[in-house]
Design a protein around this ligand. Structure first.
Ligand SMILES: CC(=O)SCCNC(=O)CCNC(=O)[C@H](O)C(C)(C)COP(=O)(O)OP(=O)(O)OC[C@H]1O[C@@H](n2cnc3c(N)ncnc32)[C@H](O)[C@@H]1OP(=O)(O)O
Length: 207
């Protein structure tokens, strides 16, 4: 761990990430990188370069990718890992994390989220505001569980899948990689093919 934190992405998601990092009170300073060169600060914190500048900071900063798009977040985090960057896990002080929960680098757990015991969360995941993820879940790398989603026990979510705001997944259901599950959707059976799924219960609307 380094004394300073650099967040790639200074817009909506990056700002929430910065707020959480600030509340964790672990870093002497927090700054951003962002590709919008018209911006100089965000959340009162300086923007000190573009995303491609990250390599010049790896000796002095922990680096966290604060970008909501799962594919872009994966690409940037994999590049940082290849450079040997120190990539933290961010957990809001008002999140509840159960016993024997495993979280990997680059994952953020936001305010009000509850992750129950024996769940594994991969790299670069977003566990967004007020989600509940119950016991024995497995959440793949670079997945995003949007605000207010509820996952029952022993749910499996594949890599890069995005569960929309307020979605619900019944116990023992597996959702394969590369899925989008719409806002308010209810998943009661396994989803075995990638695609976009909406409704109650879900149906596939796009491949
Ligand atoms: C802090 C944050 O902000 S985190 C981000 C939280 N944001 C979310 O959770 C957004 C979730 N996104 C959605 O629900 C989107 O609508 C998606 C991803 C499911 C689909 O988006 P798109 O690929 O653009 O699909 P599109 O809008 O063309 O919709 C396809 C069809 O599904 C329907 N549809 C889309 N979303 C939903 C939904 N949530 N529930 C029911 N039907 C839906 C559309 O009406 C459309 O139907 P039609 O073909 O009969 O007109």
């Amino acid at each position: 761990m380094k004394n300073n934190l650099l967040i790639i992405g200074a817009s909506g998601h990056g700002k929430v990430v910065a707020d959480i990092a600030f509340k964790m009170n672990k870093w002497n300073s927090i700054a951003f990188l962002d590709d919008d060169q018209t911006l100089y600060s965000s959340m009162g914190k300086s923007i000190i370069g573009k995303s491609s500048d990250a390599k010049t900071y790896i000796n002095y900063y922990d680096i966290f990718v604060g970008i909501g798009n799962n594919t872009i977040r994966e690409k940037l985090q994999e590049e940082l890992e290849a450079l040997g960057a120190s990539i933290p896990i961010l957990i809001h002080p008002n999140a509840v994390i159960g016993d024997q929960v495993e979280l990997e680098s680059g994952t953020v757990v936001m305010a009000g989220a509850i992750i129950n015991c024996c769940t594994k969360i991969g790299k670069g995941c977003i566990i967004n505001t007020g989600t509940t993820i119950d016991h024995d879940n497995s959440i793949g790398d670079y997945a995003h569980i949007s605000p207010g989603a509820h996952l029952a026990g022993t749910v499996k979510v594949g890599q890069r899948s995005w569960l929309g705001i307020g979605s619900i997944v019944s116990n023992n259901v597996k959702i394969t990689s590369g899925c989008k599950v719409g806002a308010g959707a209810v998943v009661v059976k396994d989803i075995t093919e990638a695609g976009t799924y909406v409704g109650v219960p879900v149906r596939r609307v796009k491949k």
